[in-house]
Design a protein around this ligand. Structure first.
Ligand SMILES: C[S@@+](CC[C@H](N)C(=O)[O-])C[C@H]1O[C@@H](n2cnc3c(N)ncnc32)[C@H](O)[C@@H]1O
Length: 167
């Protein structure tokens, strides 16, 4: 089967682009206790706001984002340049299933329950022990969150690796 670029993106897409509101981004990072020792990876980073907020406001060590849509990748990369965060924030125009998670201590998700289900094997085999996964609104079915917070109409789930699946 042949796909044009846009068709490939539509085929691989795990979720539409809907940004986490800025206050929810801050809440996600607070609930996950983001700190200067963290290396964050946002799987489906949209306009990059989780990456830039984590570096600017939480002082994390570095942040990596994966975004399948080229227009959003360009927008996010432009924002990183505008904020002069190029040394700490790196964004790839790639499928999130190709993400390198080995250095990530904090993984952020705002996808769908179905996408989280598809991601489970990757998270289980690649997320390092001691890392946390924070998911906006969509749980990882069958995994036990170490924290769950309701914030306005939003729900934030934090999963600690490996306890989330080994308890
Ligand atoms: C709901 S938005 C969340 C954006 C950002 N993480 C936030 O919370 O503001 C989901 C993002 O994932 C991207 N996405 C969906 N499937 C993807 C895939 N297979 N690889 C990389 N990015 C993907 C979408 O283009 C969209 O920008």
């Amino acid at each position: 089967m042949n796909f044009t670029s846009n068709e490939s993106v539509a085929f691989m897409s795990c979720a539409p682009f809907v940004s986490s509101p800025h206050d929810v981004v801050k809440k996600m990072l607070e609930v996950a206790r983001a700190s200067k020792d963290d290396v964050l990876c946002d799987l489906g980073c949209g306009d990059g706001r989780i990456l830039t907020t984590a570096v600017k406001d939480f002082g994390i060590k570095s942040a990596v984002g994966y975004e399948i849509r080229e227009d959003l990748f360009k927008q996010a990369s432009g924002e990183v340049e505008k904020l002069k965060l190029m040394e700490k924030v790196h964004i790839f125009n790639k499928d999130l299933f190709q993400a390198d998670l080995k250095d990530a201590t904090l993984i952020t998700l705002y996808l769908t329950t179905y996408a989280n289900e598809r991601l489970k094997p990757k998270l289980r085999s690649e997320a390092r022990p001691g890392s946390r996964i924070v998911s906006h609104d969509f749980m990882i079915n069958g995994w036990k969150p170490s924290r769950k917070e309701n914030y306005n109409e939003h729900t934030i789930y934090v999963y600690s690796i490996p306890d989330a699946y080994s308890i």
